[in-house]
Design a protein around this ligand. Sequence first.
Ligand SMILES: [Zn+2]
Ligand SMILES: [Zn+2]
Length: 266
Amino acid sequence: MAKAAARKKNLTKTNLLASIATATDMPKKQVAAVLVGLAAQIKQSLSTNGAITILGLVKIEKKTVPACPTWPAYIEVTVLPELLPGPDRYCARGLHTYHQSPATNKYGQPICGSCGADEINWDRLHGRDIADVAYTGAQLQTDRFRNKWWAKDLEEAAVKHALRKGPIGIQDDIRQRVLSSVGQLYRMEDGTVEPFRDGAQTPFRGNIIYYGQHATSTCCRKCIEVWHGIPRGRELTQDEIDYLAELLLVYVRFKLPGLGMDCHSK
Ligand SMILES: [Zn+2]
Ligand SMILES: [Zn+2]
């Protein structure tokens, strides 16, 4: 953690110029001129075409959320698959880094940020069929970040809490939690409409539902958009709330098979 923070801190314009100059054997002044030219080119392309590809390097696109015209456009930077670092030890175990991957396939769907694996059927996931939640659960487990939450032991307090609540209590809590964490939207100063502190609203311990939210990618609207195809910037429909709640139940059944929730909740 400290190391990553230090690296970030060092990424100043001066350091960037210096490292490019060293790598290319170009005087810093020339590197600076190239970057200024590049920035101007990117700015112009984004305002005219909405996208620019720097061949063999990155694709930069200006995007809007179609479901919500008031949501401001955002910039997406995609590293081209050729530049990915290659399989790591997690890829070798079938665990790929789809979570926050900088690379996508040609449909804009995430591929593994290490090896470029493109093994998830995103269209099937985005169909959000309650009868297909087992498939979605299995796919989530192939993501390195999500898998941690499926594999992790729950803390004793969280298990005791869930057992005390029982199957009915947990189902009620799941619905409440979906509504309070990703269902209540606020208009932000910049005009976006989202939950309070979206991306940071789900704790990492204390309750099996929190664990489940990280495991099933129902922790924030950003993760829900990527994995479940529900656009940000609008309210959730009743069907979507039902679907997210059902996914959380898949997790609870998986972690606590003894809780008496083996039957389908509907
Ligand atoms: Zn991989
Ligand atoms: Zn999230």
